[in-house]
Design a protein around this ligand. Structure first.
Ligand code: AMP
Ligand code: GLY
Length: 437
C-alpha cells in the first residue's frame, strides 16, 4: 500500500487526503484537523515548516510520497531541501511540487508577471516597483501617480499588489490615485513581502481558477472553477481566503477553456522549459475574463483552497499514480478523466471571519441521510477532542456536493447539508454558484 504524507491543516489538505484515501492509499496528514483525524486516524503532530522534522518522519514511516499543501512550503524550498538529501533517489521518498525557482512564479508577483509578459501571455498592463527599497519605490510610485493627476485623469483604476506572500492580503483594488497611495503606505506592515510592489491596470470581468498538473511537458487540466472571494452575498464586503466554489464554472465555457489552454497554459509550460526551469507540480492560474479575452492575473504553484474541495471530487484518476507520473516525467501513463458532473462547495465560517477566528465551539454535524451520499464535509479550522469536534479557525468547514444532474442539484444538496451543521456564530454565503443558474 502506498504511503502518503500531506502537509497542511486546511480544507484543501482534507480534500487531498480524501482523494488519496478513495484510492486505497495509506495517508497521514501533518498537522491536519479533526476531519483528517476522523478520516484517517493518523494526524502527525509536526510543523510542516520544519523540513527537518518532516524528513525524519517520512524516513521513519517509510513514506512514498509527500504532498505539500500551502504555498509557503514550496516557495520556501521544501522540494529543493528534498533534493539536497537525495531522498527520492536514495530512499524512494518522493515529493510533489516545483522547486523554489519554479515556485517563485507565485512567491514574487513581479517575477510572475514579468515571466508571463516575456512569454507573450496576456496580462493586464503593469508597472513594477522593485528597487528592494520601500522608500525609493514609494517615491517612484508617487511620481507615477502624479501623472494621473497632472493629466487630469481623475480615476486611476489600478490594483496594487505586494510582491511577496502576504497570506492573500497583499492586494488592493483601487479607484483613485489617492487610494492607491494610501494602500502603498500600508505595505510596510507586510515586512519584506511588501517592500517591492506592482501596479496593474484594473480589469473588469468574471474570475476563474484554472488548475493544471504538469510534469514539465505534458499537462492535465481539472475542471475550471470559480471561487467567491468576497465575504458576503452578491460579492459585497472584503476579500477573504475564499467563501465557496462551484465547478465547472460558466465563466469558462469549453471554447474559452481552449483559448486559455492555447494562450496561457501552453506558453507558461513552454516558457518554464525555455527558461531552464524543471517545473513539476500544480500550476493554478487566476484568470479574469474581460470582453471575451482571458487575462492571467496571478500564478500559484500549488492547489487552491477552496478550489480543491470542489474540483478533486470531479476527477476520476488515482492521485498517487498521477503525481508520481508527474515526478517521473511520464504524465499520461495513467488515465486522468474529468467526470461529467457538477460540484458546489460552501465554506462555513465564524460570523466575524476574516477579522476573527473561532476557537473551542462545539460543532454538531447531523448524519448524512442516505440520499446525500454524494456530499462530503471537508474540515478546515477544526480540532478533535475526546471524540468531539470543535471550531479552530476562521474558515471552519467546506461542504461539497456533487451531482450529475446539473449545477442546481449540486447547489441544493450542498445547502441542505449546510443547514444540518450547527456551531455558535456559524455563517456562510447563500449564493455560491448562483451565477451559474
Ligand atoms: P489575487 O490575490 O492576485 O488573487 O487578487 C485578489 C483579487 O483582486 C482577485 O481575486 C481579483 O478580484 C482582484 N484583482 C487582482 N488583480 C486584478 C486586476 N488586474 N484587475 C481587477 N481585479 C484584480
Ligand atoms: N483560492 C485562493 C487561493 O488558494 O489562493
Amino acid at each position: 500500500m502506498s504511503k502518503v504524507l500531506i502537509l497542511g491543516s486546511g480544507g484543501r489538505e482534507h480534500a487531498l487526503a480524501w482523494w488519496f484515501d478513495q484510492y486505497g492509499c495509506n495517508v497521514s496528514v501533518a498537522p491536519g484537523n479533526a476531519g483528517t483525524e476522523e478520516l484517517l486516524g493518523d494526524n502527525v503532530n509536526i510543523d510542516p515548516n520544519d523540513f527537518e522534522a518532516v524528513r525524519r518522519f517520512a524516513m521513519g514511516k517509510g513514506i512514498d510520497l509527500v504532498v505539500p499543501g500551502p504555498d509557503a512550503l514550496v516557495v520556501n524550498g521544501i522540494v529543493d531541501y528534498w533534493r539536497e538529501y537525495d531522498l527520492a533517489d536514495d530512499l524512494g521518498i518522493h515529493i510533489f511540487g516545483p522547486s523554489k525557482e519554479g515556485a517563485a512564479l507565485e512567491g514574487s508577483k513581479i517575477l510572475g508577471m514579468k515571466f508571463a509578459r516575456r512569454h507573450g501571455i496576456p496580462v493586464p498592463d503593469f508597472v513594477a516597483f522593485d528597487s528592494h527599497d520601500f522608500n525609493t519605490n514609494l517615491h517612484e510610485a508617487t511620481k507615477y501617480l502624479g501623472r494621473f493627476i497632472a493629466e487630469n485623469r481623475i480615476g486611476a483604476p489600478l490594483v496594487l499588489k505586494a510582491d511577496g506572500l502576504c497570506e492573500g492580503k497583499g492586494v488592493a483594488v483601487c479607484d483613485t490615485p489617492g487610494e492607491v497611495l494610501a494602500a502603498i503606505k500600508e505595505l510596510p506592515r507586510f515586512g519584506a513581502a511588501g517592500e517591492d510592489f506592482i501596479l496593474e491596470d484594473r480589469l473588469r470581468g468574471d474570475e476563474a481558477s484554472i488548475t493544471v498538473i504538469t510534469d514539465g511537458k505534458e499537462y492535465r487540466m481539472f475542471h475550471p472553477s470559480t471561487d467567491h472571494k468576497r465575504r458576503f452575498d452578491n460579492d459585497k464586503g472584503e476579500n477573504t481566503g475564499g467563501m465557496g466554489v462551484y465547478a465547472p464554472t460558466k465563466v469558462v465555457p469549453p471554447k474559452l477553456e481552449r483559448m486559455i489552454e492555447r494562450e496561457i497554459v501552453k506558453p507558461t509550460i513552454r516558457g518554464l522549459r525555455k527558461d531552464g526551469i524543471d517545473y513539476k507540480g500544480v500550476l493554478y492560474l487566476a484568470i479574469m475574463v474581460q470582453d471575451g479575452q482571458p487575462y492571467l492575473i496571478e500564478y500559484n504553484c500549488r492547489f487552491g483552497d477552496p478550489e480543491t474541495q470542489a474540483i478533486v471530487p470531479l476527477i476520476d484518476a488515482d492521485p498517487f499514480d498521477t503525481m508520481m507520473d508527474c515526478i517521473h516525467g511520464r504524465l499520461g501513463k495513467h488515465p486522468f478523466k474529468r467526470r461529467d458532473a457538477y460540484s458546489c462547495s460552501v465554506i462555513l465560517v465564524h460570523k466575524d471571519y476574516p477579522a476573527k477566528r473561532s476557537r473551542g465551539r462545539r460543532i454538531d454535524i447531523k448524519e448524512l441521510p442516505e440520499s446525500m451520499d454524494d456530499v462530503v464535509v471537508f474540515h478546515a479550522g477544526t480540532m478533535a477532542k475526546k471524540g468531539r469536534v470543535y471550531t479552530n479557525g476562521g474558515r471552519i468547514l467546506a461542504v461539497t456536493a456533487v451531482s450529475e444532474d446539473g449545477h442546481a442539484a449540486a447547489i441544493r444538496r450542498a445547502y441542505q447539508q449546510v443547514e444540518d451543521i450547527r456551531f455558535k456564530d456559524r455563517d456562510y454565503r447563500h449564493d455560491i454558484g448562483r451565477s451559474a443558474l
